[in-house]
Design a binder for this molecule. Sequence first.
Ligand code: 0CJ
Ligand code: F3S
Length: 309
Amino acid sequence: MLLAEPRGYCAGVDRAVETVEKALEKHGAPIYVRKEIVHNRHVVDTLAERGVVFVDETDEVPVGSVLVFSAHGVSPAVHDAAAARDLHTIDATCPLVTKVHQEAKRFARDDYDILLIGHEGHEEVEGTAGEAPDHVQLVDGPDAVDAVRVRDEAKVIWLSQTTLSVDETMETVDRLRKKFPLLQDPPSDDICYATQNRQVAVKAMAPECDLVIVVGSRNSSNSVRLVEVALGAGAKAAYLVDYAREVDPAWLDGVETIGITSGASVPEILVRGVLDLLADSGYRDVQTVTTANETLVFALPRELRAARR
Ligand code: 0CJ
Ligand code: F3S
């Protein structure tokens, strides 16, 4: 067994989940969360059992209630809708997503065409694009480049979702730059440190793996990318599971080396579950493959700060 390090919770997820827990302690149930606080089935189900109500939109929240915005961020229109309902909002947007929002605002102010690389329909790109809807267009992967049109080729910048495949994004950027040679790069990486580190770690172990198991949910962009990166880096097979019980015994046929990793929204207890299950099948020798050490911690939203564990 090869265990990727880093894996699992990033600083932004840790902060978002703790924000909801502290908000529950401070305000009592029910509190409301717009969308899934992070894209993980277990996290959402556990919080729901404790009195958190997950809604799709602000208009489902009773006037005057506490509403938490998820780690993926929201557009100004969502902030306005919450204010109009007199909701007490707590913003759990990851600071690294907020950074991309600031970039979108700044380049829109300077009247750039902003090419936002990301996945259609993902909450994060909806939030970022919503900062400057008249200036942002979504580019969903390399094949979407042909359809891109801009007003002034000398004033074009690309930005991105934080949880994309680094390699695929660079492919998209290369294609964009062939079309628009004056395309400007973002002032700093938009794909976040956690996304990058988890991909580097899975790449390091994948060539030796007959099978890679990624723990994470289907709607978790960064988790799904880890499966693709593992396959691209030479793993013979790679699958995504939410829980150990989803590991199909047939996957283990003839398999000597198994790599394990998990997405940025995945609690370590779920990885332990997979390790325990595999130990029962005879996979007991666990070696860690470490490619980075992460120490980043984000402060909680101000109003909950005194309450940090
Ligand atoms: O967009 C983010 C702030 C990432 C949050 C952590 O991961 P997850 O699984 O909730 O979200 P993605 O679908 O964006 O990977
Ligand atoms: Fe933030 Fe990256 Fe995690 S954007 S929530 S640190 S995956």
